[in-house]
Ligand binder design. Structure first.
Ligand code: LLP
Length: 439
């Protein structure tokens, strides 16, 4: 079974407390405090290797990790060691992977409204590919590159018009999308790039159809559209473009209801689609970039919370409240995302109850998990919520002036802080009181 098909990290064990990476989770909660993000290094490295194995038979593959899922120095360092490049979407993400020592030629810069400052920074950082999203960006990037006397290698982001079955907010490939060129506009932009924008060098096409996708057919459809369009552009303009970037999107298993394909099945489907489509449209096997984010980091991550207050609504819901919530995991309130959790300390001889796990933030909607069966949770219990590696820390906020939690990397019974917990001082670090208010 692939790591993205499991709810828990690879190294999860009962010892008798729950442990991950050989580290007792109660001990970690005591040592580092809660809420606490934990990343299991073996799960992270394991899925990277699964991706590499899945594409063993396609030598023109370029693995990049979508760092928006979780970006920090230590995680980037591990991905670099595992031979991944990065899909980045801001100067911040570019700077992070640069500081971690990435080979900048393996970086793609994506986004629908990259600022002039960010584009300049990316040019100075010599990122390998710019995924140009719209007419405005093409002109801006060309001007900036011309001023610096450099040529930017670009892909064109296109909207393939594919509806995939995922939450509306994380669909990106449908026709009415803020991302990319409509296929009816590609001739116009290709024409501009090859005839007018002398500081842009066109390499191929890019698309991303959405996130948390469970059907490989969606990727096959996408590949058919990209290959067909690339081949058509080559014929129309007498070009020899040979790169496609198919984005990310492979799903993970948050709860028992989720059934994502394995990485191996995903790889086989992509390679099969490439073979079929390239033969059909008479295109040589292109260089193919993939940009998985969620499936790389989600399963490796968990969050620990301490249970505090509880409330039994007469004849209604039993709420148990934890010391985190929508500030450290905004996915339930944003996407109605579902999670699975367990109590970490032994809770034998307790009767199972159906409870709703509430966050501590001042909003009724701050509910982490609705109706989960847990052994009668009590104050002081440590609750482990699984599959929080992706889009949790990267979307976390200081709502209610909360301090962002720490993150710990575990492996072989060792635990290391990779992101420190914020302090109260950190919360006011950037603030000023104007002199006129000091009187
Ligand atoms: N490439 C591009 C161009 C993307 O826009 C994305 C994600 C990825 C790759 C990575 O997709 P993944 O493999 O992670 O599915 N915050 C949302 C997810 C937003 C995804 C945005 N784009 C969530 O928490 O579900």
């Amino acid at each position: 079974m692939s790591i993205n098909q499991q709810i828990k990290p690879l190294t999860t064990a009962n010892t008798p407390n729950l442990s991950i990476g050989g580290c007792d989770l109660v001990d970690l909660a005591k040592k580092y405090g809660t809420p606490l993000y934990i990343v299991d290094e073996q799960s992270l490295r394991g899925i990277c290797r699964e991706y590499r194995n899945a594409f063993n038979d396609y030598k023109n593959i370029r693995m990049t990790y979508a760092s928006k899922a979780l970006s920090n120095l230590a995680i980037s360092k591990i991905l670099i060691e595992e031979n991944f490049g990065f899909d980045t979407v801001s100067a911040g993400e570019i700077y992070t992977v640069y500081k971690a020592g990435a080979d900048m030629s393996k970086i793609t810069f994506n986004g629908n409204n990259k600022s002039a400052d960010e584009l300049e920074f990316a040019l100075d950082m010599k990122v390998g590919r710019f995924s140009v999203d719209n007419f405005y960006e093409a002109e801006l990037l060309n001007d900036l590159a011309a001023k610096k006397g450099v040529v930017a290698d670009i892909l064109l982001r296109v909207t393939p018009g594919i509806e995939c079955h995922t939450h509306d907010y994380i669909k990106t490939g449908q026709i009415d999308s803020k991302f990319g060129f409509d296929l009816s506009q590609t001739d116009e932009i290709v024409n501009l790039v090859i005839n007018k924008y002398k500081n842009l060098s066109l390499k191929g096409l890019h698309a991303h159809i959405g996130s948390q996708i469970f059907e490989n057919q969606s990727f096959k459809d996408e590949i058919e559209i990209l290959v067909k369009e690339l081949s058509r552009i080559n014929q129309t303009f007498g070009l020899d473009l040979n790169e496609i970037n198919i984005g990310g999107g492979l799903g993970v298993k948050y709860t028992e209801e989720d059934a994502p394909p394995s990485v191996e099945e995903f790889g086989a489907a992509v390679i099969e689609a490439l073979k079929t489509s390239c033969e059909k449209h008479n295109l040589e096997y292109p260089i193919v970039y993939i940009e998985p984010g969620r499936s790389i980091i989600s399963t490796a991550g968990v969050t620990l919370y301490t249970v505090g207050s509880s409330k039994q609504v007469p004849n209604g819901t039993k709420y148990i409240a934890v010391d985190g919530g929508m500030a450290d995991n905004t996915r339930p309130i944003t996407y109605q995302a579902k999670y699975y959790a367990e109590i970490v300390n032994p809770a034998e001889n307790r009767v199972d109850e159906i409870v709703t796990v509430a966050g501590k933030y001042c909003e009724s909607g701050d509910i982490l998990i609705e109706n989960i069966k847990l052994p009668a949770p009590q104050e002081g219990d440590i609750l482990c919520v699984f599959n929080t590696g992706a889009y949790n820390y990267s979307m976390c906020s200081n709502y209610n002036r909360s301090k962002k939690p720490a993150m710990v990397l575990v492996n072989n019974s060792q635990s290391d802080i990779i992101v420190n917990r914020e302090s109260l001082e950190d919360l006011i670090r950037l603030e000023e009181i104007p002199d006129r208010l000091r009187k």
